[in-house]
Design a protein around this ligand. Structure first.
Ligand SMILES: Nc1nc2c(ncn2[C@@H]2O[C@H](COP(=O)(O)OP(=O)(O)OP(=O)(O)O)[C@@H](O)[C@H]2O)c(=O)[nH]1
Ligand SMILES: [Mg+2]
Length: 511
């Protein structure tokens, strides 16, 4: 069977932030003139955007991996890393975006609606930005953060005022083609239509959209034929049109049983739509119209005459039409226009469902320490956005960077909290969630001790040497150098006399 492409799994990866640079400016008479490592650039976001010219999710079926560009590295001489470019992915109106567990993240309705699917990583700070009065020459920079990565499920639920439903080959696409400027594929074999076609119909000066969905067969609600994959396209429509083939060739079919079959499938499907009930009129209660198509054919007119009365008992408009000869189409367009107008008027004010992001259990400090089992012994896990981000920014091959991380953690009180939770020197400390955590052997006192021995982190004695020599000091320096030179000359002369060196003047004399 043809693959259906209005439900796709999409892997999105935002760009990573570029690493910051650790660099020292050099000037002619001041080789260590201060830090000049610039920040890394921010990684690009992956953004979904509703675009009028996009009608299917087909392109993502072919390219399910989408990645934005990463930010550039910071460089010396304060050259900032380039920003990563955002990747904007066009999606059709009515695309529902879900997390991989099925949670709806956003229902993208309306041209121009945007959704940031994955956020780019922030660039790492360079050592120029990390410098402060206490830390004049940081010998490290922060790493750029990795971009967000997510698996999303995109599902298209066509947004149309009117949905045409019916058996395959009933003439749904032909009707769309006859009533609007849309030019869907039409053929005399079942399942010609694999994705919904959308058309704009004008009835006087009222305009509305009509969607033609793939043909339904008995058992569709259980997955037969194209199954459930397309039934969701009728969920949002205001008006249902039952397109009945009055000239069907099969002997076991007539418009009345066809209609009952389709209604059964819709009712079974609608029973599964619980959450929709509050915002929309239940599917089976929506206004509907019955059209008897192909009444240009003698068989068609005959059949229409036979079933018209029975169909009329349902208290919905029944119209004889022909997509081929355009018979009854003008009347149909006005009947539908009126129903759409009424339905739109009853529409509740559109409410934007807020996206609820479950907040993490952290206290006012922005982190918490939990005690847990880790590889058979007790460990302490630090959880919180800040500590986790700081860990990602740390270059663990650089002791100074690790020390800076310790400083940051101490500053928000992580050390105190670890003490309170019962951590002692040598305890295993994890920062971050699950298996992504960074594991440390905790040495709180050593960090302090190292501070005492080496002076403040990020200071460099050579940068602070502002002493200028006095005239007497310079003269003394000169004298010492002259002495040293004289000594060197005397030593060389002694070596020459001792015959260690060849003497060019003597060699010439021998020649
Ligand atoms: N004579 C006649 N033929 C029609 C009429 N409407 C459609 N047909 C023919 O019926 C066949 C099926 O038409 P489609 O419009 O493709 O039918 P459909 O309902 O979209 O079919 P699926 O997409 O497969 O569900 C084509 O050969 C059409 O030319 C009509 O009013 N009169
Ligand atoms: Mg069709």
């Amino acid at each position: 069977m043809a693959t259906f492409v209005d439900r796709v799994e999409l892997q999105v990866a935002a760009g990573s932030g570029g690493h910051g640079a650790a660099s020292i400016r050099r000037e002619k008479f001041k080789p260590l003139a201060g830090p000049d490592g610039a920040n890394g650039g921010r990684g690009g976001d992956v953004i979904l955007e509703v675009d009028a010219s996009t009608t299917t999710l087909l392109s993502y079926h072919h390219k399910p991996h989408q990645k934005a560009t990463s930010g550039g590295f910071g460089k010396g001489d304060l050259r900032h890393g380039a920003y990563g470019e955002d990747l904007v992915l066009s999606v059709p109106d009515g695309t529902v975006v879900m997390a991989s567990d099925g949670t709806v993240l956003i229902d993208m309705v309306g041209i121009g609606t945007r959704f940031t699917a994955a956020r780019g990583g922030t660039g790492g700070l360079g050592n120029a930005a990390l410098a402060s009065t206490q830390r004049k020459a940081p010998g490290f920079a922060l790493l750029g953060e990795p971009g967000e990565e997510r698996t999303l499920v995109l599902e298209l639920k066509t947004v149309a005022d009117v949905a045409l439903v019916g058996f395959p080959s009933a003439g749904k696409s032909s009707l769309i083609a006859a009533m609007s400027a849309a030019r869907p594929k039409i053929a005399d074999y079942p399942f010609t239509t694999l994705v919904p076609n959308l058309g704009v119909v004008e009835a006087g000066d009222f305009r509305y959209t009509v969607a033609d969905v793939p043909g339904l067969i008995p058992g569709a609600s259980q997955g037969k034929g194209l199954g459930l994959d397309f039934l969701r396209h009728i969920e949002r429509c205001h008006v249902l049109v039952h397109v009945l083939d009055a000239a069907a060739l099969e002997s076991d079919r007539d418009p009345f049983t066809d209609l009952e079959t389709i209604e059964n499938e819709l009712a079974t499907y609608a029973a599964g739509l619980d959450e929709e009930a509050e915002t929309r009129v239940p599917l089976m209660d929506r206004p509907s119209v019955i059209v008897l198509n192909k009444t240009d054919l003698p068989d068609g007119t005959e059949m229409a005459d036979m079933v018209r009365e029975r169909l009329a008992e349902r208290d919905v408009p029944v119209l004889d039409v022909s997509a081929l000869s355009h018979k009854g189409l003008r009347e149909l367009s006005f009947v539908l226009g009126e129903l759409v107008e009424q339905a739109r008027a009853q529409l509740p004010e559109p409410t934007v469902a807020p996206i609820v992001i479950t907040p993490r259990a952290v206290d006012a400090k922005g982190f918490r320490v939990v005690k847990e089992e880790f590889e058979g012994s007790t460990a302490f896990r630090v959880e919180g956005d800040k500590p986790e981000r700081w860990v990602r920014q740390t270059d663990f091959t650089n002791d100074e960077a690790v020390g800076y991380l310790a400083d940051r953690l101490a500053k928000i009180g992580a050390e105190d909290e670890l003490f309170k939770a019962g951590a002692v020197s040598g305890s295993t400390v994890l920062i971050g969630p699950g298996n992504d955590a960074v594991v440390f052997d905790w040495e709180p006192t050593m960090v302090g001790g190292a501070e005492l021995l080496m002076g403040r982190r990020g200071t460099d004695k050579r940068l602070e040497d502002n002493h200028r020599a006095t005239r007497e000091e310079k003269r003394e320096d000169q004298r010492a150098r002259t002495d040293a030179r004289m000594k060197r000359i005397a030593a060389m002369d002694a070596e020459r006399r001792a015959g260690h060196w060849a003497d060019p003047s003597k060699d010439e004399g021998n020649a």
